[in-house]
Ligand binder design. Structure first.
Ligand SMILES: [Zn+2]
Length: 423
């Protein structure tokens, strides 16, 4: 039965206080002394957090299913069973010194949307689902973004279940121990439902929105990534008796390469990143000329041709260093994530929601991985970013303003309503 248009609230709004209170209550589970959260994937604390979120979802009228990798789906039926589900969500596992908002915001913003719809008695044509993806952070078990990765077929369920933590506990054992080893198919290829649309809200985890005093980030996609291990091999020798021009100093040869990583990314500004985050000098001794330097390279770019140019530039820098004849350089690619452009129509809905709500907004590219990046391989996907204080996350001081979190949640509500259709 349809309400008459005059009784329809044209733009329902979420309950900002309830959203904030839920964020704070969930953050009690695994709370750290410094105000952060330590809730590693598939621990007893993760179980408590899952239980709490699902209890809230059931109170909001949802039914729940758990798949074989422990992903949770809280479902609110639509009026047209023939339509594919419109989904939202994120993750509730954290880094060991994590914050209250990374992931948790996306889950609880989705929950707040479901609660708001229940409060207002609003039905959607398509069903809605709130997803809680298993082990997004990857601190206890690798690979990262495990639940969404299995779902999208980035790797197999078997591979994920066999992954073990440092104590030798496997994901399979941990899921059984906390009672979240579900029976539903986990991968789309194995019959897991494919969504009609997926929208994930998240704190930005970077400084751009705050720096530009913008409330909403309209995420157009995620950067592609290429990671490398680089080993520069020279020869250890005594720092005293070995004259400068007879040295094969691996560190002095590695330094221009590390600086090249930074320069290569700047040459591709503003859409590239280049980072050397790990360096190991062997033997790392005050009076020995370094014989070997190992370092990592993390290149990111909005498009693949850009990543190709960065790859070529790195190899040219390596060739130059090798041409001097003092060292050998080995470059090993270790990880490749293709750039993930989001669905232009759904991204357009996010932009329209920001405009309709009168919120300042700008297009932004996600530099980090998110569950949405994997889900985008299976369904039209978009993300909504809100600012976080000083752009900091993966840190106990991670913080965000209640009014920004509420604004992102209001936008999420509008986008999900647009995607699912208001009955
Ligand atoms: Zn996250």
């Amino acid at each position: 039965m349809l309400s008459s248009p005059s009784t329809l609230d044209p733009m329902p709004r979420i309950d900002a206080q309830r959203l904030w209170a839920s964020l704070m209550r969930l953050a009690e589970i695994g709370a750290t002394a410094k105000g952060g959260v330590c809730r590693l994937a598939l621990t007893e604390l993760d179980r408590q957090a899952r239980d709490r979120v699902l209890a809230w979802a059931r109170e909001a009228g949802c039914t729940v299913r758990v798949d074989a990798i422990g992903n949770l789906f809280a479902r609110r039926e639509g009026t047209d069973p023939s339509l594919p589900t419109v989904a939202t969500g994120s993750h509730i596992d954290t880094q060991p010194t994590g914050g209250k908002f990374d992931g948790n915001y996306g889950v609880l913003a989705g929950l707040e949307v479901l609660r708001t719809l229940a409060d207002h008695g609003i039905r959607t044509r398509a069903p809605l689902e709130l997803c809680v993806w298993t082990n997004e952070e990857g601190s206890r078990f690798v690979p990262v973004m495990m639940g969404s990765g299995v779902y999208a077929g980035a790797f197999t369920l078997q591979h994920a279940l066999d992954a073990a933590d440092r104590e030798g506990t496997t994901v399979r054992q941990a899921l059984q121990a906390i009672g979240y080893a579900g029976s539903e198919p986990a991968a789309v290829a194995d019959g897991a439902p494919r969504f009609g649309a997926y929208v994930e809200a998240h704190i930005e985890q970077g400084p751009v929105l705050e720096d530009t005093a913008t409330v909403l980030g309209v995420v157009t996609g995620a950067l592609g990534q290429r990671w490398y291990d680089v080993v520069v091999t020279g020869l250890e020798a005594h720092a005293g008796p070995t004259p400068m021009d007879l040295r094969r100093d691996a560190l002095q040869s590695a330094m221009p390469l590390m600086q090249a990583v930074d320069r290569i990314a700047r040459d591709e500004a503003p859409h590239a990143r280049g980072t050397v985050g790990y360096v190991q000098v062997h033997p790392n001794s005050r009076n020995t000329i370094p014989g070997r330097v190992t370092f990592t390279v993390d290149f990111r770019h909005t498009d693949d041709t850009g990543l190709d140019r960065m790859d070529a530039a790195l190899r040219a820098a390596v060739a130059e260093v090798q041409a001097a004849g003092r060292v050998q350089v080995a470059v090993t690619p270790v990880v490749y994530f293709p750039p993930a452009p989001f669905d232009p129509a759904l991204v357009g809905h996010v932009r329209q929601a920001a405009q309709a709500l009168g919120l300042s907004h700008r297009d932004i590219v996600s530099g980090a991985g998110h569950d949405a990046v994997y889900v985008a391989r299976t369904a039209p996907t978009a993300m909504i970013f809100v600012p976080c204080k000083d752009g900091i996350s993966h840190n106990e001081v991670e913080d965000a303003r209640p009014e920004h979190l509420a604004a992102g949640c209001d936008a999420l509500l509008q986008v999900l309503l647009a995607a699912a259709g208001r009955a």
